[in-house]
Design a protein around this ligand. Structure first.
Ligand code: ZN
Length: 212
């Protein structure tokens, strides 16, 4: 499971000048590429295919690489800045692309996230909202947990007055198989602080995010 690792943050500095920038790392067990390749070759055999055929001979390597890429988040610095002007309105990043893998079927789900917060003493570099989404999305996931992890991560490391996260995604396990509900989107949300407790703030967040 991904966590923000404060131990891996900046070198020791006196508290007064310490910049609250956290190196965000994913202390997950890495992907064993060789084992994954072998497993994909075994899967092809189990599916009645010949992994030695010309078309499939390189497939195990490609599939293993693809999974490694989809399950390995990029590290980044979660840089925050002092909220010197005392900005106290909603900051919202809309339409952040989300790609993840459903842990029940190992099939992709993809869509968009809207991530907003009401600043406290610190504000965040705007691109970081998308990076936080990606950090948690590159994992075997369920949409509900992904939504909560993004909200909790921001809550923990930005200490805003409120956080709201909405994710709308299409799950290929629903659209390609099973009920074949092509085009149907699943919407999840996680709200904390003022955005959870105050009805007007909550409505403003959903209205700006374009979620009825
Ligand atoms: Zn699924």
């Amino acid at each position: 499971m991904t966590t923000f690792d404060p131990a891996a943050s900046l070198p020791e500095q006196p508290a007064a000048v310490r910049q609250p920038s956290l190196r965000v790392v994913a202390p997950r067990q890495g992907v064993d590429l060789a084992a994954a390749e072998q497993a994909v070759a075994d899967l092809l055999v189990a599916l009645g295919k010949d992994p030695n055929s010309e078309h499939l001979s390189d497939t195990p390597r490609r599939v293993a690489q693809s999974f490694a890429e989809l399950l390995t988040p990029r590290e980044f610095d979660l840089t925050t800045f002092p909220n010197d002007e005392g900005y106290d309105e909603l900051v919202l990043a809309k339409g952040i692309p989300v790609q993840s893998l459903c842990e029940h079927h190992l099939l992709p789900f993809h869509g968009i996230a809207h991530v907003g917060y009401l600043p406290g003493k610190r504000i965040l570099g705007l691109s970081k909202l998308a990076r936080v989404v990606e950090l948690f999305a590159r994992d075997l996931q369920v949409q509900e947990r992904l939504t909560q992890q993004v909200a909790n991560g921001l809550l923990e490391h930005l200490a805003p007055k409120g956080v709201g996260v909405v994710i709308e995604a299409e799950h290929l396990c629903m659209s390609l198989r099973g009920v074949r509900a092509t085009g149907s989107r699943t919407v999840t949300s996680a709200l904390h602080g003022v955005l959870r407790e105050d009805a007007r703030s909550r409505q403003e967040f959903f209205a700006l995010a374009g979620v009825a």
